[in-house]
Ligand binder design. Structure first.
Ligand code: OXD
Ligand code: MN
Length: 610
């Protein structure tokens, strides 16, 4: 253990410094169970961030990157045992199994608590316990929520500094009686006196990511990986928040938020939900190819949306940073992401260049001649394996994004005009479809599906349903979640955003992509904008409204009339084949499946057969 340079107190002193009664008591309880050697109450200062880096460098968890190439940045390498979210070990411990639904693993709360208490007992021995007060969303926003994560990982503290607003200002906002989400995290690797720590401590046997929605609690044991350990993100901002949103009449969604400005200077805000490997971060930071149109970023992963006094839906990005997948990100696919990560960033499981910079597949066309791969082994282009882990990540402040919108931290949020859903579909699904109304839009969103890519373990081209891209993140029964969406539509009618379904990935008979994607997706955004304004034409089809001939701006785009026709073709046979698949999928939610969505399938079938 090196001497700490921030205030670390003997265990019994910290709770006395905390004014919030509930928090002080919880810190005492956790301390008694986890038995850390020291406790540090995080203040969120730069000094604290530097200290976390220093601890990681000293422990061999991190390596400092070349100061001239990536100032104030580190590379962290985990172990093969701890590289991704562990969905099979993620639980929603609601009072009943029915509440959690078929979309979640479930365990009786009392049983899970007993199991967890055993695992957490003594789990922080030899370590420092960090108490991290955080706010999801701008401090003072009526949409934001406060949480406190207790963790024994300096990596978690440093990442939380980037991903959320943390520290003294949050404690202040919490006051003496404020409510907060409790998130307990331990890497599950207690240290005996004088035992040498691992570079990446985690538990090789047990990993549990558990949510107790009724009491708004999270317990995460055994993993240090971001999605499992940065509890403000998926665990709080999606799984717990989705339950709060249902109870309080708002929406917590796995969505990017972007601002689209027309050449006349009129702005509209659009959110979008896409399963993984569909280019969500790329869309959030897109560089428009349509002259005069501009996209700016509000968020790349999560949107919290509440109704404002004018009845419109306002969104905030609850996060303060991007925890993005590195492989595939390059100056061609996403220059704005590349410019964001030039400094003050944490890289996890990337490869390292001989001159102390990071590299990953897709960063450059040419592969470097030599690298150290993410498992610290020498690597050359002739190596049979990838240099960076496919789920290698960057953690980087959103404020550094060159196209961050000036209002990205506006406490009142931004009014949403349109919501996009989409997946990766080689056939059947057109480039863009406008829903007839909110209920039909909810139906389209509930059928969101994507074909697995070569990177996934499942068979290539296999169709996976991922409603609203929320399947791994909805903290309750998805049948009830659909009902919540429908209720929003039924009670909030007039001012709701329009809903669209997009597919950038349709292919021709030879398997070639019909649409160029990337920056050219701005043409679809432009049509959506103009539909919201009432200035673009659409045609009614059995599956929804499609751009009328000539309504999609293709000026300057090298695309044949044939490809364009194919992009918008209504494949009646293909759609009729979809119908039983959707019925089967919906049937999986049993009696919780809202009848309105079942009626939407019937209506689709009737329209197709007309
Ligand atoms: C993420 C995810 O990490 O969706 O954002 O898995
Ligand atoms: Mn995500």
């Amino acid at each position: 253990m090196i001497n700490p340079q921030v205030d670390e107190s003997p265990v019994d002193e910290v709770s006395g410094k905390i004014k919030n009664k509930g928090l002080a008591q919880w810190v005492e309880e956790v301390t008694a169970t986890c038995r850390p050697d020291r406790v540090h109450l995080c203040d969120g200062s730069e000094k604290e961030y530097q200290e976390m880096q220093r601890l990681m460098l000293h422990a061999g968890t991190a390596i400092a990157l070349n100061l001239e190439k990536r100032p104030n940045s580190i590379l962290v390498r985990s172990t093969t045992l701890d590289v991704a979210r562990v969905e099979d070990q993620t639980y929603i411990c609601s009072a009943t199994k029915e509440e959690a639904g078929p979309n979640n693993n479930w365990e009786e709360p009392a049983k899970m608590r007993e199991k967890l208490t055993k695992l957490f007992t003594g789990s922080m021995q030899g370590r420092t316990m960090y108490v991290i007060p955080y706010c999801m969303g701008p401090l003072g926003s009526p949409i934001s929520k406060i949480g406190v994560e207790i963790s024994d990982s300096p990596y978690v503290v440093a990442n939380m500094h980037i991903m959320a607003r943390v520290g003294a200002k949050v404690l202040e906002a919490l006051g003496t009686d404020g409510e907060f989400v409790k998130g307990l995290h331990s890497v599950g690797a207690p240290l005996e006196p004088n035992e040498q720590d691992a570079a990446w401590p985690c538990n090789s046997k047990y990993k549990y990511i558990c949510h107790f929605p009724e009491t708004r609690e999270i317990s995460s044991f055994g993993s240090g990986y971001g999605g499992n350990a940065l509890l403000g993100k998926k665990c709080h901002a999606l799984r717990i928040a989705s339950v709060q949103a249902r109870d309080e009449g708002w929406l917590a969604e796995h969505m990017l938020i972007l601002k689209l400005t027309s050449p006349e200077g009129q702005a509209k805000y659009i959110t979008g939900a896409f399963p993984s490997a569909c280019g969500k971060t790329n869309l959030a930071m897109l560089i428009s190819t349509v002259p005069g149109w501009k996209v700016e970023t509000i968020g790349d992963d999560i949107a919290w949306m509440k109704f404002g006094p004018d009845g419109r839906l306002y969104a905030i990005n609850p996060e303060a940073g991007f925890f993005g997948v590195a492989p595939g990100t390059g100056m061609k696919s996403n220059p704005n992401a590349m410019l964001t990560v030039t400094k003050n960033s944490i890289f996890t499981n990337c490869a390292m260049t001989p001159d102390g910079d990071v590299w990953w597949e897709g960063m450059t066309d040419e592969k470097p001649e030599e690298l150290t791969d993410w498992l610290r082994r020498p690597w050359t282009p002739a190596s049979p394996r990838v240099a960076a882990h496919p789920n290698a990540r960057f953690t980087t402040p959103a404020s550094q994004c060159p196209v961050i919108a000036k209002e990205w931290e506006d406490p009142k949020g931004v009014p949403i005009d349109a919501i996009l859903f989409g997946g990766r579909r080689a056939s059947v699904v057109p480039l863009v479809t406008e829903s007839f109304d909110w209920q039909h839009g909810t139906f389209l969103a509930a059928t969101t599906s994507s074909e697995t890519t070569a990177a996934a373990t499942a068979k290539v081209g296999q169709l996976r349903r991922d409603p609203m891209a929320m399947l791994p993140f909805c903290g309750y029964n998805m049948g009830d979640y659909f009902a919540h969406w429908l209720k929003i539509g039924a009670t909030r009618g007039a001012n709701l955003p329009r809903i669209y379904y997009v597919n950038w990935f349709r292919r021709d008979d030879k398997g070639k992509f019909l649409w160029p994607g990337y920056g050219e997706n701005s043409r679809v955004l432009k049509w959506v904008f103009e539909r919201c304004n009432g200035s673009a034409q659409a045609v009614e089809t059995p599956i929804g409204r499609l751009p009328a001939p000539g309504a999609l701006d293709t000026e300057g785009l090298d695309i044949s009339g044939e490809s364009l026709a194919k992009l918008f073709e209504i494949d009646v046979k293909g759609w009729l084949a979809e119908v039983p698949k959707i019925k089967d999928f919906f049937a999986g939610f049993g009696s919780r499946m809202p009848k309105e969505l079942e009626q939407e399938i019937e209506k689709l079938e009737q329209r197709l057969k007309k």
